[in-house]
Design a protein around this ligand. Sequence first.
Ligand code: HEM
Length: 448
Amino acid sequence: MFPPGPRGYPILGVLPNLRANPIRTFLDAADRYGDLVHLKAGPYHGYLASDPADIRHVLHDNARNYHKSPLYDRLRDSLGNGLLTSEDAFWLRQRRLAQPAFHRQRLTAMADAMVDCTEETLERWDGVAARGETIDLVEEMMALTQTIIVRTMFSTDLGATAEIVNRTWPIINRRIGETFWSTKLETRLPLPANRRFWRALGELEAVVYRIIADRRRTRRDEADLLSMFLSARDEDTGETMTDRQLRNEVMTMLLAGHETTSLALSWTYYLLAQHPEIERSVAGEAERAAGGGRLSFAHLDRLAGTRRVIEESLRLYPPAWGFSRQAVADDEIGGYRVRRGSLVFLIPFVIHRRPGLWPDPERFDPDRFTPDREAARPRFAYIPFGGGPRGCIGNQFAMVEAQLIVAAVARRYRIALVPGQTVRPEPLITLRPSPGIRARLEKRSASP
Ligand code: HEM
């Protein structure tokens, strides 16, 4: 009746394993039992799906039958009912509202803002390098991608409140990660960890409400995402979005739009630092594409090798390392009957390491993403941005941003890891390099 899978503990199934070490649990399950594994997790029957055909079925072909699973409830506690967490007609309306902000034409203009922000960071780094100081790459990338998302989507700068976002989001992210598998009650009790979470959320929310209030007051139309949301009217009722709804969407974009990209960049530098020959080729490509001139959207076609490096980094360390769905009605996956209410786990960290799809999976090899090799792989073998109608709205945005940043940095600096540190992937909502990545900036001799 069920596909093979570990028995786990009575009643709890593999829940304790998932709580203690989710990535190891999923990896072991796929290694041992194959492409479709039955995992009993507390009250739920779960399926770990790693065959691209099954993934396609759930995310694309029969996507209507799969809602975001109850594991997203924790995310809802902070993001509310926004684009990432909502369903059906409400989600579709919001997605259609937001989509124009990501069109190619808009991306071209946003690329300039991305380059501006990167140049500002590089100028500051010149001082850091001259003083021989080290940096925490994760913190640096977090700050950079945050400035970019706020400028491009909300046409503003956080100024002093950036500190609040930087301080509160890690607390929120950690608590959501810790309580993914907890009961609602555990997250409602006035425990010190919950109190810290609520306090952080309140502070972050205040920043978001300020962005909205500022725009309302000035009534500027910036043709950005925030203006699109502010001017949107319900087709039937003519009503505009409430402050609460705006808060949910702004919070979603602020967080989904910077955290993941910053981690993708951090992991990319981590890998490049360990593969000097590939790092040199990235620097050479950037140099050939733009010389000493300013990078722009127009250079992206000439940064194909850089793109492959980022794609390979997203394969090995997918920032959205795992997500899940819940069947709305009975269905069939891979020849097995799946009852309504069952969970389906889609774990890029595992899928991207299936030896049948990715030979020698632990090896960092950007050439896996040459057009020929890509064409030879099933589409859903690679899902760092999810897929189907609920796939990432910021996919292109993130790739443009990452390509421009990696190229701009590579022209000026070689990033060297401070020796002796241990960095391990920590699976919170996103896959963070823990405890951070300490690095030294080595100026390239030919750079300005
Ligand atoms: C490397 C960077 C990024 C990665 C790895 C990533 C990954 C993902 C994934 C896997 C999903 C699907 C989640 C699911 O199916 O439950 C998703 C959805 C989403 N992402 Fe991204 N993302 C990235 C960058 C961005 C950026 C830059 C933005 C915004 C500017 C963004 C906004 C969103 C939103 C709003 C959704 C929900 C879409 C919907 O359900 O309609 N993401 N992302």
